[in-house]
Design a protein around this ligand. Structure first.
Ligand code: ADE
Length: 360
């Protein structure tokens, strides 16, 4: 069962970070390897005020956190949904930190048998947070165990055989469930209805991502110019996870090819080397658009066909690549499949397909 306490891993990563700093004068290779392991945890914001973006959600959360503290009552169950990499897990950890409570992190595929979820629920204490990632993938039995647990803080257990079967209500601690999903539409109605706060995380603006980039560079002790941060932000497809990954790649490039400072020019050069263009699209994004234009006259074409032609998994295309292409208006989803928009044509340097134009 994949479950761990995030606060414990934070402490561990803090220690690793201190070790990293000690090793700083050693060779670059060693530093790079030890950096990688604790990277995600080190750069995670710990407080709401450090968490950049998602302003509407943060305002709702501030009120709920304060109310929960004043009433000394657990905070409502919450559901966060939206494309991957927008900080759903990070936000759950921030909430736990603000409430000075523990968080246990797991994901639906790890909750295979009833005893998996029962074990976790019974291990919780009042006010603690249980975070379940990919919550749309819970199986029916686990989901039904969660209903009374979420609503009344009880487990309904049955004992005995058919003739003598008895139902037992076992009390549970007053915990908070935070669920995260990239597919809110696949959640069952009864489960969705049991969340008090349901919020879609938005893609980040360039300005917000620029702040994320500058913050991460500061934690990594990398010097960055405002213009350099902006270049990275623009090419991070609205996603802090990507922005943070690119900061590292560009920092490596700046250290090896220049004086270690991320300027506008260095950021551009480094990202060009990685084939990440001005719109943040990478080789797979462009191959996807190219395929629909060249082979299917701009579409519509089915997801499975696209996935097979690109040699990618259909789920990866749908969950990772498509959300940003849709948000930026480069493709459209229709009942008959995906189509490239006139904007998508222009992006790849094609003239807009006149036959397609009338369809938009
Ligand atoms: N790192 C990843 N996501 C972040 C966010 N929203 N704010 C600050 N740092 C982050």
């Amino acid at each position: 069962m994949a479950i761990f306490s995030d606060n414990e891993s934070n402490k561990e990563s803090l220690k690793k970070n201190q070790n990293n700093k000690r090793e700083k004068s050693e060779n670059l290779q060693t530093k790079e390897i030890s950096f990688d392991r604790s990277f995600e945890n080190n750069i995670r914001p710990k407080k709401l005020d450090e968490y950049i973006g998602q302003t509407a959600l943060k305002n709702t959360l501030k009120i709920s956190i304060e109310a929960s503290k004043k009433r000394n009552k657990q905070i409502d169950h919450m559901l966060f949904y939206g494309p991957p990499g927008l900080g759903k897990t990070t936000l759950a950890s921030v909430i736990a930190n603000e409430l000075e409570t523990n968080i246990k992190i797991t994901s639906a595929p790890a909750l295979e048998r009833p005893r998996d979820i029962i074990g976790i629920l019974m291990s919780l204490k009042d006010g603690e947070i249980l975070f379940i990632d990919e919550i749309h993938r819970l199986n029916k039995i686990t989901e039904e165990i969660l209903y009374p647990a979420m609503e009344d803080f009880f487990l309904d257990m049955t004992t005995g055989k058919t003739q003598t079967v008895k139902t037992l209500r076992v009390p549970l601690p007053h915990f908070t469930l935070i669920g995260a999903t990239t597919k809110a539409g696949e959640l069952s109605g009864p489960l969705r209805d049991r969340f008090g706060i349901i919020h879609r995380l938005q893609f980040y603006t360039t300005e917000e991502l620029s702040k994320v980039v500058e913050r991460t560079a500061k934690i990594l002790e990398i010097e960055i110019e405002k213009e350099g941060a902006l270049v990275i932000a623009k090419r991070s497809r609205g996603t802090p996870r990507i922005a943070n990954r690119l900061v590292k790649r560009v920092a490596d490039y700046a250290i090896v090819k220049a004086n270690g400072i991320i300027t506008k020019e260095i950021a551009q050069e480094a990202l060009d080397t990685l084939h990440i263009d001005n719109s943040g699209l990478d080789t797979t994004d462009r191959a996807l658009l190219n395929l629909i234009i060249e082979k299917y006259d701009g579409g519509p074409v089915g997801l499975e066909t696209i996935a097979a032609a690109l040699g990618e998994d259909a789920k990866t295309i749908e969950d990772v690549y498509e959300p940003y292409l849709l948000q930026e208006g480069f493709i459209q989803r229709t009942p008959r499949g995906r189509k490239v928009s006139p904007q998508g044509y222009r992006l790849l340097g094609y003239k807009t397909n006149p036959a397609q134009q009338s369809l938009f």
